[in-house]
Design a binder for this molecule. Structure first.
Ligand SMILES: Nc1ncnc2c1ncn2[C@@H]1O[C@H](COP(=O)(O)OP(=O)(O)OP(=O)(O)O)[C@@H](O)[C@H]1O
Ligand SMILES: [Mg+2]
Length: 330
């Protein structure tokens, strides 16, 4: 199937006074029409910077230094800012972990949604507010006609995230990027928000890029998954394959460290060591210093992303040794 968005060889670096931080350092991934693609990995591996690169919202001193982000025959890494403004919101919308970062505290909920609709659909204010009420109802907000007149701080975290989803969906985007949309919410509200996103995907055929550290969310929501480590994709697979036959030692570590209800385990404590900081990336495989299977070669040479059967990919020499695999990209 033709992809909706393809990221090819993306590098996004931050040019800080202490040196260059290679947050995203050669990421390839594609999102197909109507699918939910999960992006997982420990804190600092470059998930948010990848998402912000797609939106072209990289804060200074960062910038996209290499690669292409192909969406509808345009390269988002290069389109003029004006064109990007049309795409943002209209075609690609993003919701964040903390909705307060994107809601404006001095305007009512209704005004903010109406303004988004006015900008993208050309509705006047009155029509915009009417549409805002409809959208708030759709995302399960009770008393929507009163909530439009409220300010963001008067709502709970779950309600604010619903407002963000309503705002994101106001323009019926082709792609919704959700960066840890439920991390800050309690479990019941989290389940409701995920249900809502699933319903939107079903009704509108929206593709979703779901960034999460929660493998439970991945299992429930995603069709395919990309695992990131040290600014690179280390594994890619459809969701069943990832859980049943992970092909990278890092993914195996992630799966082993899913917290169980009996033991309150911290996420990832079964993988010894820490994520390398981008300014001190090891030579060779970035995961080698923590990998129980590392060979001498892994500390010297970086493995390419090998293509395995069924579209699975793994950046590990051992995966390459397991079958007839061909070399993909570096
Ligand atoms: N404005 C910035 N200036 C310098 N470095 C940055 C900046 N923003 C991000 N980075 C660095 O880029 C790397 C990747 O950050 P990113 O926010 O993408 O991680 P993440 O995978 O989203 O992590 P988390 O799970 O904690 O959200 C981190 O090491 C971070 O310190
Ligand atoms: Mg992040």
């Amino acid at each position: 199937m033709e992809p909706l968005l393809s990221i090819n060889g993306l590098k996004t670096h931050f040019f800080t006074s202490e040196g260059v931080v290679r947050s995203v350092d050669g990421v390839d991934l594609t999102i197909r029409r109507g699918e939910t693609l999960g992006v997982v990995g420990e804190s600092g591996c470059g998930k948010s910077v990848t998402a912000l690169s797609v939106m072209r919202l990289i804060p200074s001193p960062g910038r996209i230094v290499e690669g292409a982000i192909i969406f509808k025959n345009s390269d988002l890494a290069k389109v003029p800012e004006k064109e990007m403004r049309d795409i943002r919101g209209n075609e690609i919308a993003m919701i964040f972990q903390d909705p307060m970062t994107s809601l404006n505290p001095v305007y009512t909920i209704g005004m903010q949604i109406a303004e988004t609709i006015r900008l993208h659909k050309g509705f006047d204010k009155k029509k915009g507010i009417q549409r805002a009420v409809e959208l708030l109802r759709q995302v399960g907000i009770p008393r929507a006609e009163q909530i439009v007149d409220e300010y963001p701080h008067r709502l709970s975290g779950g309600m604010r995230q619903r407002v963000m989803i309503a705002m994101a969906m106001a323009c019926d985007p082709k792609l919704l990027i959700a960066d840890e949309p439920t991390t800050a919410l309690d479990v019941t509200i989290q389940a409701q928000i995920l249900d809502l996103m699933r319903a939107l995907k079903k009704e509108h055929g929206t593709s979703i890029l779901m960034i999460t550290h929660d493998l439970g969310v991945v299992a429930e929501m995603c069709d395919r998954v990309v695992v990131m480590y040290g600014g690179k994709v280390v594994e890619q697979a459809d969701v069943e394959t990832l859980f049943e036959h992970p092909a990278h030692p890092y993914t195996r570590g992630l799966l082993q460290s899913i917290p169980s209800l009996e033991e309150e385990k911290e996420w990832l404590d079964s993988i010894p060591g820490n994520v390398p900081i981008p300014s001190e990336m090891p030579e060779g495989c970035k995961f080698a210093p923590r990998c129980p299977h590392a060979m001498d070669r892994c500390h010297i040479e970086e493995p390419p992303l090998y293509e395995l059967a069924g579209g699975q990919k793994s950046r590990c020499f051992l995966a390459a040794g397991e079958g007839t695999l061909c070399r993909m990209s570096y």
